[in-house]
Design a protein. Structure first.
Length: 319
């Protein structure tokens, strides 16, 4: 079945201009065009794109300008990496679709090929701008020299080849979407380095009151992906963190049940190696409630492991 807007019009799809963002947006545009919907890409620069080199980005840095363009009706839909969405959502906007997810895991990419997290030499320099990756890497391998390294995927790979670091941790999905999956040395076990909530998934956003566009986008929605991502984001919110927090989560739907792995880590500058892990199962529709319960249990566990800690400092964590 094909769908058409009435009256027919070209949908304006808002996207960042990075190679990865364009690859993701072109995938969504192709899905819509395959259903008979004309689409044009509108490229916008975000705060995250304008940040100075070697500075960390804050929550919403890659999203705010796209959301503003939606609200101002300069675009009709926006494609985001689900992990970049702020935990507080604007009620005037809605995630109308989450297409089927790519591999959500993190990848180890090494300058000297063939290494794994377990075989990296003592003191290996690992570059990442993610407090989450930093915390869980050091929890597993406290001997590693994890240091800040910023930039988009292409920039970080160039800096790796220039020997500014010995290894990187990047999203498997991002590398795959750029045709760089062959650069991966190891897909990291989520029970060692849990992915960011929403990692590997796309979130297609529209205005809440734009029912024709929402109807078109809902045809692209993958129920299992949405159930998993909503549970992961509920876990993140319940932990008091944003997309820059040392918090990981991964949901999956299997045999009609939603299984959620959640993990929280202390700030490695204060208490290296402190992590709390858990896994719970529920029906797909009960994911957010189950996620909140898991978050509360893990925060209590982490707080009890660090006398005097509140377990709620993650929102301010920085690499």
């Amino acid at each position: 079945m094909t769908f058409a807007l009435r009256p027919p019009r070209v949908l304006r799809l808002g996207t960042r201009g990075s190679a990865l963002a364009l690859a993701q947006s072109r995938t969504v545009a192709a899905l819509l065009r395959g259903r008979g919907v004309p689409v044009e890409l509108v490229t916008l620069r975000t705060t995250g794109d304008r940040r100075p080199p070697d500075t960390a980005w804050g929550e919403g840095a890659f999203v705010t300008e796209l959301e503003a363009a939606l609200l101002e009706r300069r675009i009709d839909l926006a494609v985001h990496s689900a992990k970049d969405l702020p935990t507080r959502e604007d009620a005037r906007l809605v995630v109308a679709a989450c297409p089927a997810r790519e591999d959500p895991r993190d990848a180890l990419v090494c300058r000297v090929r063939g290494a794994s997290l377990e075989t990296l030499p003592l003191g290996t320099r690992v570059g990442t701008d993610s407090p989450r990756r930093r915390a869980f890497l050091l929890a597993r391998r406290p001997d590693l020299a994890v240091h800040p390294l910023h930039g988009n995927v292409d920039t970080r790979l160039r800096r790796l080849e220039a020997a500014e670091t010995d290894a990187l941790v990047l999203a498997v999905a991002g590398l795959a979407r750029l045709g760089l999956a062959g650069r991966i040395d190891e897909e990291l076990n989520p029970q060692l380095v849990p992915p960011a909530p929403g990692q590997g998934a796309l979130a297609i956003q529209a205005r809440f009151d734009d029912e024709p566009v929402r109807a078109l986008l809902e045809a692209l929605d993958d129920r299992a992906t949405r159930a998993a991502v909503e549970a992961e984001r509920a876990f993140l919110r319940a932990c008091g963190g944003g997309c820059r927090a040392p918090i990981g989560a991964l949901g999956r739907v299997a045999s009609g049940e939603l299984v959620l792995l959640g993990a929280v880590a202390s700030d490695p500058e204060r208490a290296p190696g402190r992590v709390a892990w858990g896994e719970r199962t529920s029906g797909p529709g009960d994911g957010p409630s189950m996620a909140r319960g898991l978050a509360g249990a893990l925060l209590d566990e982490l707080a009890s492991a660090r006398p005097g800690a509140t377990g709620l400092r993650f929102e301010e964590a920085r690499a």
